[in-house]
Write a protein that binds this ligand. Structure first.
Ligand SMILES: [Zn+2]
Length: 221
């Protein structure tokens, strides 16, 4: 089940009060229509009926997918690498044993979207972050430009490749960098070694996490 509450938000432009529906938890298995509203960002969009002003709403939300067995805790601008939320765990224990449920923490809307995409595709998001970091370094070297980030954009078993779209240079030009699936499979191994006993936590698996995992792997080998 999803849960929401009504909140009064004062429009930053015209100063009028608006009643806005804020979702605390979104269960896309029981409330499938919410899936697209998360992906499109509609759930986080504020539109003032008085003056038309639009803004992004930033509030914590738990995204729960029981079919693909993952939960993502979106906490805008979080600066911690993991969260143990006992209240949530006890609430959700009745829906499915949490054993085997991937639990992640994200600090931005773009990260939330990328995680959903990866986990819905049945892929290992830890390995994806590691592969992304490796390719990020390749792209930096190849272009000699500033690379400001990237996101998962391609996976194909038949073509034996995995790909990420990176933002290059001042103009944030898009560049797709692909590599063979072998890199992804190797990354699963590296991720598994690094990620032990984290099953109880909502874990922030991002670029830093991947860098640390790679660092640990290189030191050991
Ligand atoms: Zn307004």
């Amino acid at each position: 089940m999803s849960s929401a509450e009504m909140k009064i938000i004062t429009c930053p432009k015209c100063g009028q009060d608006n009643e806005v529906k804020i979702f605390r938890t979104v269960n896309v298995t029981t409330d499938a229509q919410l899936h697209d509203k998360v992906i499109s960002g509609e759930l986080f969009r504020f539109r003032c009926p008085h003056c038309g002003h639009e803004a992004e709403l930033k509030y914590p939300m738990l995204y729960n997918d029981m079919k693909y067995r993952f939960m993502i805790y979106y906490i805008p601008e979080i600066d911690r690498s993991s969260v143990i939320d006992e209240k949530l765990e006890s609430e959700y224990a009745e829906y499915a044993e949490l054993e085997g449920v991937t639990r992640r923490l994200v600090g931005s809307f773009n990260q939330l979207k990328e995680k959903i995409h990866i986990l819905e595709s049945g892929l290992d998001d830890r390995a994806m972050e590691i592969a992304k970091v490796a390719l990020y370094d390749v792209v930096c070297k190849r272009t000699g430009e500033k690379v400001s980030g990237g996101y998962f954009s391609k996976y194909s078993e038949s073509e034996d490749l995995i790909g990420f779209t990176f933002f290059i240079g001042e103009d944030n030009e898009h560049l797709v960098q692909t590599t063979r699936l072998e890199i992804y499979k190797k990354s699963i191994e590296i991720a598994g070694d690094y990620d032990k006993d984290t099953n109880r936590n909502f874990l922030l698996v991002d670029r830093n996490w991947a860098r640390n995992a790679l660092y640990r792997y290189k030191k050991k080998n």
